[in-house]
Design a protein around this ligand. Structure first.
Ligand SMILES: [Mg+2]
Length: 455
């Protein structure tokens, strides 16, 4: 290149930045449930940057409810050596290998293995890498995933500890069976959007009047399923179920969610008291680790369905829930397990067992991210949306670059590039903890009071 100085050096990752972003949601009891009475919805927010000069960055987050962000941000920082300085094409071209490197790193793995803060940190970094890959490919993430060759999807999944339930060959066969219908389903998805349900009416801290008004609004907005938080007080729950059932009528499903509040026996007794109001599923009746407990609850409460997954640590526990016949509904979460890769494993396991996946969402950006996984599942994994709904909660979407779009109770398939988790720079700055203006303003009165005491 005469006179040219253009470098042919391959692009590398230059940084993994982490932001501690928190929203003071506890002030209005948005997000309140039986185990989380005053959550401050928070994001341990990761940004991957490169020197490719293409203007693209990878953004994603791990969701916490406040102080957990101290640990979650530190864990994401600890993964910087896996990515900074590495060639972009090498990492993005083999995200299966990248995932396994981080998940199996011996010193960090000791803290799990494959669960909790470290797993969620891996998820944030991997999801940021997927966001970047989709942006560089000029695709929304759902479409990038839906168009992958079945062989590549299988290469992205860690089959260690899964093969007694599903072999690589079985997964490949399942994916290959979906290939002929992909184009037709993609058209259908673009035309109609993906079915959703709403939790907006049902937070535990809301008054009966607010519950009734929001439940009626949900039906008017086209939702065919709502969800109520339960588990704090039985008489309150019976009354709230009565209010909700009267508000929505008989044709709308009402799911209930105990957020792990009960022992197994309590779950059965409590749900029998709510049974006259026809609850569709009971979500997280007990500990997310209690596979056999879920199976007992399911047998006792049939035909009420049992749902769980937003706190299920990894694909192995999902495998057991399916093997034990412990769940009717699998609830993946975009930010709980090790990212897109592990969620693909769970989608494959659920499809292999013929169990519907109805993702957990809400929080901060979880709707924006998880919709991509359900849409890819519809096009290229399970190939169906029968009895499948993605949760929708009407909070905090205004902080995202490409907020979800709901239309007549369905998620419109996003066409914007990437994985959906990118937050507005102004929102990050305003809500950075503890020194962003939103938190500085709230700290001021206490600081003044404390100084008064000290003086
Ligand atoms: Mg829940």
């Amino acid at each position: 290149m005469p006179g040219g100085t253009l470098s042919t050096r391959p692009a590398v990752f230059t940084s993994l930045d982490v932001h501690d972003v928190r929203f003071p949601t506890s002030e209005h009891l948005d997000g309140s449930d039986a185990m989380n009475p005053e959550p401050d919805y928070s994001a341990a927010y990761a940004v991957l940057r490169t020197d490719a000069g293409d203007g693209h960055e990878g953004h994603a987050l791990a969701f916490t409810t406040g102080r957990g962000n101290d640990l979650q941000t530190a864990a994401i920082h600890a993964l910087a050596p896996f990515v900074v300085g590495r060639r972009v094409d090498d990492v993005l071209g083999d995200l299966g290998a990248f995932s396994k490197e981080m998940v199996h790193e011996p010193q960090l793995r000791w803290l799990g293995p494959e669960k909790g803060v470290v797993q969620m940190a891996v998820g944030a970094v991997l999801n940021a890498a997927w966001d970047l890959r989709a942006k560089r490919a000029g695709q929304p993430l759902w479409r990038l995933l839906a168009h992958l060759d079945p062989e590549e999807v299988v290469s992205l999944v860690d089959f260690r500890w899964l093969t007694d339930a599903m072999t690589q060959r079985e997964a490949l066969t399942l994916l290959q069976r979906a290939v002929p219908g992909r184009a037709e389903r993609e058209d259908e998805l673009l035309r109609r959007g993906y079915p959703a349900y709403t939790t907006t009416p049902g937070w535990l801290g809301y008054s009966d009047e607010k519950l009734e008004r929001l439940a009626k609004q949900a039906v008017a907005d086209g939702f065919t399923q709502i969800k109520l938080k339960v588990g704090a007080d039985l008489l309150d729950d019976v009354r709230r179920m009565e209010v909700a059932r009267a508000a929505v009528g008989d044709g709308v499903r009402i799911a209930v969610d105990a957020n792990q509040r009960w022992d197994v026996g309590d779950a059965i007794t409590w749900m029998r008291a709510l049974a006259p109001y026809d609850p569709y599923w009971i979500e997280e009746p007990t500990s997310p680790d209690d596979v056999l407990g879920h199976a007992t609850v399911r047998r006792a409460l049939h035909p009420i369905k049992v749902a769980t997954g937003e706190h299920v640590a990894n694909r192995v526990v999902f495998k057991q829930l399916l093997q034990a016949g412990a769940v009717d509904v699998v609830q993946i979460d975009a930010a709980r397990v090790a990212g897109v890769n592990e969620n693909l494993a769970i989608l494959l396991l659920a499809a292999h067992h013929g169990v519907p996946v109805c993702p957990h969402a809400g929080g901060v950006g979880l709707c924006e991210m998880v919709q991509h996984l359900s849409m890819a599942d519809y096009v290229s994994v399970s190939g169906t949306w029968t009895d499948r709904v993605v949760e929708h909660v009407d909070h905090l979407h205004e902080h995202f670059v490409t907020p979800v779009q709901l239309e007549n109770g369905r998620y419109r398939a996003p066409l914007a590039l990437g994985g959906g988790g990118e937050m507005l720079a102004a929102s990050i700055a305003a809500h950075t903890f503890p020194d962003g203006p939103v938190w500085a303003a709230r700290r001021a009165p206490q600081a003044v009071a404390a100084e008064g005491i000290l003086a």
